[in-house]
Every structure is written in structure tokens, then in C-alpha cells.
Design a protein around this ligand. Structure first.
Ligand code: SF4
Length: 342
């Protein structure tokens, strides 16, 4: 069994606001293995971006605050690193690409200079060597006429090409893990496909791991090896892409899956949706956060937050679980009781 290169345990993050403390991430644990694509999926505001930005040391503190947890990259805890240590890790060991390449790139610098800057900072190369490496990277991410376009500015590139530049910056020092935060959301559908294909190709060429944050299940299905489903600041289900799509165990995952439009159902006029809205994270509920929206909710669901329940029969895999009372050994009895009193 492979050893994970990143181990996140019991991560909790909150933000101080005038209205109180928002508990944005509530006890998140996951592993990232070498050479895999792990997708973290969930609706807006579920805490997926905050989780990854915390690992990169990018949340502003204050108002943000890590209230518990650890995140070991090898034998170093990312959450205990000084600002200087974190700067040497960012770019070199952890790369990140953001949702909107236009606002993430510096409009006053040529794209080539922005890629070279990372190489010069982390690899101590001469400007000439950095230029050559930058051109190679631009070719790797399929920018045509790379030498000529080195000196052009972000506004001279299309949305898809700008995202390729962001990927080149993130890959400049061949990071162990690339974090891609909704990398295709701002792009049109055909360009989305090209960028995902490029990410997958680069991931296998360089053998790096990718953590992909998205709310698009189509994207998840096409590129991921494993999936973690987040809801209200917690991971509620985790498994391989086949398990999550083939046999979703948590009612929220099942709801997300059934909300995907089916092009084969030509008579379908109403799209399925999950009724209700996520809970207020100023004061999260005592029981299961999904209870008020869940058709299978039982009495226990309102009283107690379910722990992650293993769905792996061999019990060897910690990454196949559902955080739902339905998977408790006594759940069938509770359901029967509910039916009797219905
Ligand atoms: Fe539904 Fe209860 Fe499972 Fe929560 S724990 S998802 S309320 S069945």
C-alpha cells in the first residue's frame, strides 16, 4: 500500500465576523497519494476552497483562524510553518491554480516574466536559463509560438490560454501536489475539456498529485481517481470515482448524482434538485448537518452528528466511508420503527 504524501487530520477553520464566528471547515481529514487526482466536490460555501487555501497558508489571519488539526506534507506540518517556510513550500512543493486566470495574473507584467519569476525565486537560475525553461513550460502547456508570446501581456491571451499560463506558473518548479481550485469554471465548455485533458496528461507525465476542487460532477467523473464529497464544512462521503458514481452511499451524494441532467431522458422537463439550503455555519446543528433536507432522516440524526462509518468490507481502506447514521448496524431497526410510527 502506498504511503500518502499529504495527511490532513481533523482540520477546523473559522472566521470572525461582526455576526459571530463562521465555522467554515469542521474536522476535515483526508490523504493524498502520489500520482493520483483527488477531487473535492460540494456546493458553494461548503468549505472546499477554504480547506485548500488553509493548506497553502492563504487565508487571512485574522479574521481566519485554524482552531484544530494538522496537515503533514512528508514529516512537516504545513499548519505550523512560519511565513518564510511556507513561501519556500508554495510553488516548489505545492502549486495552485485559481478559478479566474484574469484576476490571478498580474496585468502589468508579461506572461513570460511571471513564469520566469517563480523559476528564478525557487531555482536560483540565471535570467537566460529561466527564459529557456519558461519557453519549454509554455510549449508543455501547448501555447503556440512560445518564444514570440513570452513578452505578451495577459490581456493579449484568451481565457483558455490564460489558464494555460496559470498552469505553467504552477508547474514551474514541478510541485509534488497541484491544487486546482475550480480551474475550468470561468471557461466555455470546449476549452474546459481541453484544460482538463491537459491537466490529466501533465499529471501522468510529471507524476504529480492533483487536488481538484469543483462543484461540477461531470468534471469529477472525467478526471478523478478518488472523490471526497463536502457538505457544511465536513467530508460526508469518500471513495473511488467508481464507488461515488456507481453506489453513492450518503443521501447528499445520491442527491447530487440525481441532479445531473440525463440527456437520454428526452421526456424529462423538470430537473431534480435537493430541496432546502445548507445550515447556518454561525451555529451548526448538533446532529447531522443534512438532516433538514434528508428524506431518510431519523430521530438520531437530529440529536447526534454521525461519525464516518466505514463502507469497506475489508476495513483496510480508511478512504471509503459515509458520515451517515444509515450505515450504522442498528439503522435498519430505526427505519423499521419509523415506518411503524409513520
Ligand atoms: Fe440523512 Fe440521517 Fe444520514 Fe444525515 S445521518 S444524511 S439525516 S440519514
Amino acid at each position: 500500500m502506498k504511503e500518502p504524501i499529504l495527511k490532513v487530520r481533523d482540520l477546523a477553520v473559522e472566521f470572525a465576523t461582526y455576526g459571530g464566528h463562521v465555522k467554515a471547515v469542521r474536522g476535515v481529514s483526508f490523504d493524498v497519494f502520489p500520482g493520483e487526482i483527488l477531487s473535492i466536490v460540494g456546493e458553494s460555501g461548503c468549505g472546499k476552497s477554504v480547506t485548500l487555501q488553509t493548506l497553502m497558508g492563504l487565508i487571512p489571519c485574522p479574521p481566519g483562524r485554524v482552531t484544530s488539526g494538522s496537515a503533514f506534507l512528508g514529516d512537516r506540518d504545513l499548519l505550523k510553518m512560519s511565513r518564510q517556510e511556507m513561501e519556500s513550500v508554495r510553488g516548489k512543493e505545492l502549486g495552485m491554480i485559481f478559478q479566474d486566470p484574469l484576476t490571478s495574473l498580474n496585468p502589468t507584467m508579461s506572461v513570460g516574466a511571471q513564469i520566469s519569476e517563480v523559476i528564478i525565486k525557487h531555482e536560483n537560475l540565471s535570467h537566460k536559463a529561466a527564459f529557456k525553461k519558461t519557453v519549454d513550460l509554455m510549449k508543455l502547456v501547448q501555447i503556440p509560438e512560445a518564444e514570440k508570446r513570452w513578452g505578451q501581456f495577459p490581456h493579449e491571451f484568451s481565457g483558455g490560454m490564460r489558464q494555460r499560463i496559470m498552469i505553467a506558473i504552477a508547474l514551474a518548479c514541478r510541485p509534488k501536489i497541484l491544487i486546482a481550485d475550480e480551474p475550468t469554471t470561468a471557461l466555455d465548455v470546449t476549452i474546459q475539456g481541453q484544460i482538463l485533458e491537459l491537466l490529466k496528461q501533465l499529471q501522468s507525465e510529471i507524476n504529480m498529485s492533483v487536488i481538484l476542487i469543483t462543484h461540477d460532477l461531470g468534471v469529477v467523473a472525467s478526471v478523478s481517481d478518488r472523490v471526497a464529497v463536502m457538505y457544511a464544512g465536513q467530508i460526508v462521503e469518500s471513495g473511488s470515482v467508481k464507488e461515488i458514481f456507481g453506489s453513492p452511499a450518503h443521501p447528499y451524494t445520491a442527491g447530487l448524482k440525481s441532479a445531473i441532467p440525463n440527456p437520454l431522458k428526452t421526456h424529462q422537463t423538470v430537473l431534480e434538485s435537493i430541496p432546502g439550503s445548507p445550515p447556518d455555519l454561525f451555529s451548526p446543528p448538533t446532529g447531522c448537518a443534512f438532516a433538514v433536507r434528508c428524506k431518510s432522516a431519523m430521530k438520531v440524526c437530529l440529536q447526534s452528528d454521525p461519525p464516518p462509518m466505514s463502507l469497506d468490507k475489508t476495513s483496510l481502506r480508511a478512504d471509503r466511508f459515509s458520515k451517515c447514521w444509515l450505515h450504522h448496524q442498528y439503522a435498519p431497526l430505526a427505519l423499521k420503527e419509523k415506518a411503524l410510527h409513520a
